[in-house]
Design a protein around this ligand. Sequence first.
Ligand SMILES: Cc1ncc(COP(=O)(O)O)c(C=O)c1O
Length: 415
Amino acid sequence: MTALAQTDATALDDADPLAGIRDLFVLRDGLIYLDGNSLGPAPKSAFAEIEQAMREEWGHDLITSWNKAGWFMLTDTLGDKVAGLIGAESGEVVVCDTTSINIYKALQAALSLRPGRKVIVAEGGSFPTDLYIAQGVQAFAPDTKLRLEGRDGGTLEELIGDDTAVVLVNQVDYRSGRLRDMAAVTARAHASGALVVWDLCHSAGIMPVALNASKADLAVGCTYKYLNGGPGAPAFIFCAKRHQGEIRQPLSGWWGHRVPFAFDPGFDADPGIRKFLCGTQPILSLRALKAGLELFETVDLDAVRAKSMQLTDLFIRLIVERCGGHGIELASPRDAAMRGSQVALAHPDGYAIMQALAARDVIGDFRAPDIMRFGFAPLYIRFLDVWNAVEILRDVLESGVWRDAQFAQRAATVT
Ligand SMILES: Cc1ncc(COP(=O)(O)O)c(C=O)c1O
């Protein structure tokens, strides 16, 4: 195979059907932003959306905006938009709260449908909040058991048994980018009578997700990554229609009541997806998210997935061709069909290397102990960005600039 050249990257950009969408985002010149798997950039339309919500709706119309501007139903109208991206129907998704809170609701809801069963199965390498929430559920129901892949057994599938109430699993692993087979895992859980809660944080917006086609039960996900909803944007929760009548969730706030404005002292849950709501939602944040979701309305998710696979393939191939001999190892699946839209590279000095890259305006992130994560959001990353990022990485490695003491300094919070 002949080595790739920069012109190969520009040729891919020229043929890219999604190329025009990048202009709809605020991305400063020179920045190579490979961290959309953590926080997506601002859609330009979000500014007008917030301006209108503040000036006209809050500033002028005040309380009447709950109805007139559709504030009260934004959880559902935006939920329907998310539903279109994750293979769900209208009325199966609401946007609300945080992913962590929605995991709590979903786990308890699943347990409510399997009263005789006490086991939660999850991935030992899951994003920590998923595990912490499962531990929180367990702390208040001490007979509940948590079985973890990698700790209590080799694979998730092996751990699912007749006592399993619910499996909590990520479609795409936050560290390695490994993609799970949603239909297969769901079928395996159902064969044992268990339910599945899918965490879609790293898959929503980068590929067609097939919740209903996979017979999924519940799902959650955040909107500030690939859905570009903004920092701390509200999350979403999905519950399949077939479960909505019987299922219960513990945060029975007034927004989840069948008739919230009856102000009835007794809780009577909404019969549909709104039973997963709790209380008043952050309208301004929802409006920024509306702008992010509307960008997807013109986008074909099959084209997004195709470009995502090409971007990550190109990155891996260039790393192999141009960054050899520096101790970097691929920590993501080599086969594009087995991974999401990120590539993880392992290096013992990954932290310092990522800092040195950031100093050159190539932004990815680091996950301890040694993972350098690069996210390739197909709506705004160009193939030329991939080429340039690898060239800068090659320079950082060959010059050894990352050894400079300034790059070893650990930030106290977000890295
Ligand atoms: C897989 C996964 N689940 C959950 C979360 C975070 O949840 P929250 O938005 O509640 O902080 C993240 C954040 O990066 C994540 O990657």
